[in-house]
Write a protein that binds this ligand. Structure first.
Ligand SMILES: C[C@@H](O)[C@H](NC(=O)OP(=O)(O)OC[C@H]1O[C@@H](n2cnc3c(N)ncnc32)[C@H](O)[C@@H]1O)C(=O)O
Ligand SMILES: Nc1ncnc2c1ncn2[C@@H]1O[C@H](COP(=O)(O)OP(=O)(O)OP(=O)(O)O)[C@@H](O)[C@H]1O
Ligand SMILES: [Fe+2]
Length: 591
């Protein structure tokens, strides 16, 4: 960062009217915030906007006063170099007030305007305070919940909630119980005296859904289950889901660093689970201090400074706010050019992984496979005996999870994996032959298939094959649940070069095997089939430099075998951005 940048930051996307001054030389952040507290119910957009209207001038005045008092600049000079503000996402009426205030200040102070994406700020503050280079980020905030990882100039969304944000889900339950907003801290306090009761647990690849667990929690309350037990179990399941998908993102990207962002990150139990998961797999975990987790202008000012130093300022006409501003829409201008083309899952990431792991014999599934005898996936430890043609897959206990939940998931998934692996083969999809299953020990013995994971040898032809395979499963009435470029095994890297031209040819005859059916399930919903393809898409986005062609290839393959309505629904799913649950329409069960 260049020397002595001072930025005024303004935040006001929903509840926090906040202003901050960041000084890059001292790495000092001053924050002044004024919270909106609804008298009853949740956040009312109009009331929240009125709060912004009253409180923003006050907090800005305190921040400017601090800037004047601490600057060693001549009195006539501007005390800050730019005004950075949250441009979105957030509540429209609130954002507009903050936008107007920021524009007015930039004109009055005669300094440039910097438009900051609030969700990227939640991520970058953790990268800033940890010093991590290319972490995976779990954003656990009120209105959002997603996993981000940097690749090729953008923060890619690897997984996200299919319905509401995580804080909002918790707050809806506490409103049902009659507790005041915000509910998160109350659930955390009540959970201390709770015991575990069974609640739904839903992850799909790196996506997840809260609607099922929230309705079950409300119903349990109505039926008289003690509220502290529900709170305890909500935390165990919801945070268990977030930790699981975070681990899957680490495993898929080969990254060894996780940062946490967002207001729900203030929860001790969530932080404990994430720290434990990272410790278990030899990764580093960082959670910023609480004042940087909940909404605050400090994170806006810190990212604002990086953007300002990169020359990423706004003209007035570009300064419109965007309530649906997604993190992957932001061109990342502030990271070094070398970093920007860096490939998250390149060999170095995994070399690091091996060095730092407590268990050096565990590799992450890449590289010279002949030499590897053990692979650690996100869920299991897999012993590979290529010569004997056999693998043993052991779902080891995850100590971050409640033991009851852990037992249940490991058994269920082992049983399902055994059943669906065989069922898929009966429907013409190549899968490993099962030789033994022990649900109590959560252990499977399977045939060794393929030579390497698809992500090492991505070609259109192979990806097209995956499209056909998924269509066959769907026609048979079930989904894979976690189709990623690591859960497909492939053979040789290509046919011999063309004899006349010497050019490499794509192999068309090798088999593409699907493995790891533990998250699969029977369903006749078009939405579930579309989600299955969407999960594979997201893994392409996470592992391929140019995913567009490959995404088209999945669809080509799917179209050959499957139902066009699923592809139509997939276009809907993508258009939605955040997925609203639409488990309504049923497909005819083909076959
Ligand atoms: C777009 C923006 O406006 C939005 N901001 C936001 O949601 O505020 P944030 O400060 O990041 O998170 C607030 C949420 O964080 C929850 N929360 C606060 N303390 C908590 C705790 N100890 N345990 C669980 N949840 C907690 C609250 O219940 C509330 O739902 C967002 O980042 O999604
Ligand atoms: N039958 C098999 N034949 C050859 N290799 C296999 C087989 N099963 C697993 N592997 C290897 O082990 C890795 C991890 O296996 P698997 O995906 O089943 O475990 P996991 O813990 O569920 O992984 P994740 O949840 O990260 O996808 C695979 O990516 C693959 O490289
Ligand atoms: Fe936020």
């Amino acid at each position: 960062m260049s020397s002595d940048t001072r930025i005024l930051g303004i935040e006001g996307t929903a509840w926090a009217a906040s202003a901050a001054v960041y000084d890059s030389t001292a790495d000092d952040v001053f924050i002044e915030s004024d919270a909106y507290e609804p008298e009853s119910g949740g956040i009312h957009p109009r009331e929240a906007a009125e709060h912004m209207h009253d409180a923003i001038p006050r907090v800005v005045e305190s921040a400017l006063k601090y800037a004047r008092e601490t600057a060693d600049r001549p009195a006539g000079d501007p005390q800050v170099d730019a005004v950075a503000f949250s441009q979105g996402p957030g509540l429209g009426p609130c954002l507009r007030i903050v936008g107007t205030a920021a524009r007015a200040l930039s004109q009055a102070l005669d300094v440039p305007l910097v438009g900051v994406n609030h969700m990227v700020a939640h991520l970058e503050i953790g990268r800033h305070s940890s010093g991590f280079d290319s972490p995976v980020c779990l954003n656990a905030s009120g209105a959002n919940a997603h996993l981000l990882a940097y690749r090729n100039g953008r923060y890619r969304v690897l997984g996200e909630t299919m319905d509401t944000g995580v804080g909002n889900a918790i707050d809806k339950f506490t409103r049902h119980v009659g507790w005041s907003h915000p509910g998160g801290p109350k659930v955390e306090a009540a959970a201390e005296d709770g015991e575990y009761v069974d609640l739904p647990y839903v992850v799909k690849g790196m996506d997840f859904s809260f609607s099922g667990i929230m309705s079950a929690a409300k119903q349990a309350h109505d039926e008289g289950v003690p509220v502290e037990d529900i709170c305890f179990s909500l935390q165990e399941n919801i945070f268990g889901m977030l930790t699981e998908v975070a681990e899957r993102a680490l495993s898929l990207t080969g990254s060894n660093e996780l940062v946490l962002g967002g207001g729900v990150g203030q929860n001790d139990r969530l932080r404990e689970m994430l720290a434990e998961m990272c410790a278990q797999r030899g990764a580093d975990f960082h959670a910023p201090e609480p004042r940087f987790l909940r909404d605050n202008a400090g994170m806006i000012a810190v990212l604002g400074a990086k953007m300002y130093d990169a020359g990423d300022t706004l003209d007035l006409e570009e300064s419109r706010v965007d309530p649906n501003y997604r993190p992957d829409q932001v061109p990342v201008t502030w990271r070094a050019r070398s970093e920007r083309s860096e490939d998250l899952e390149d060999a170095s990431g995994n070399a690091r992984n091996r060095e730092q792991s407590d268990e050096p014999e565990l590799a992450t599934g890449r590289g010279a496979e002949a030499a590897e005898t053990r692979v650690r996936g996100a869920e299991a430890v897999v012993d590979l005996e290529a010569d004997a043609g056999r693998v043993t897959k052991q779902r080891e206990p995850k100590t971050y999870r409640h033991p009851e939940l852990d037992d249940r998931l490991r058994r269920e998934r082992t049983t399902l994996e055994a059943r669906l692996t065989s069922l898929a083969r009966r429907h013409g999809v190549p899968t490993p032959v099962l030789s033994d299953v022990d649900p109590l020990e959560a252990r499977l013995e399977l045939e060794y298939v393929g030579e390497t994971d698809l992500r090492e040898r991505l070609t259109r032809e192979r990806v097209r094959d995956v499209g056909r395979h998924l269509a066959r499963l769907h026609r048979a009435g079930f989904v894979h649940g976690d189709p990623t470029t690591r859960n497909v095994r492939v053979g040789r890297s290509g046919a011999p070069p063309n004899e006349r031209t010497g050019e490499a040819r794509e192999q068309t005859d090798g088999r593409t095997y699907l493995i790891d059916f533990g998250l699969g399930y029977h369903t006749d919903h078009v939405e579930d089939y579309a989600m299955d393809i969407h999960v594979f898409d997201q893994s392409l986005v996470g592992t391929a430099d140019d995913p567009a062609e490959l995404r088209e290839a999945v669809r080509e393959g799917y179209r050959e075998v499957g139902d066009e309505r699923v592809l139509e629904r997939l276009r809907d799913v993508e258009g939605r951005g955040r997925y609203v649950n639409a488990h309504d329409e049923k497909a005819d069960s083909a076959e």
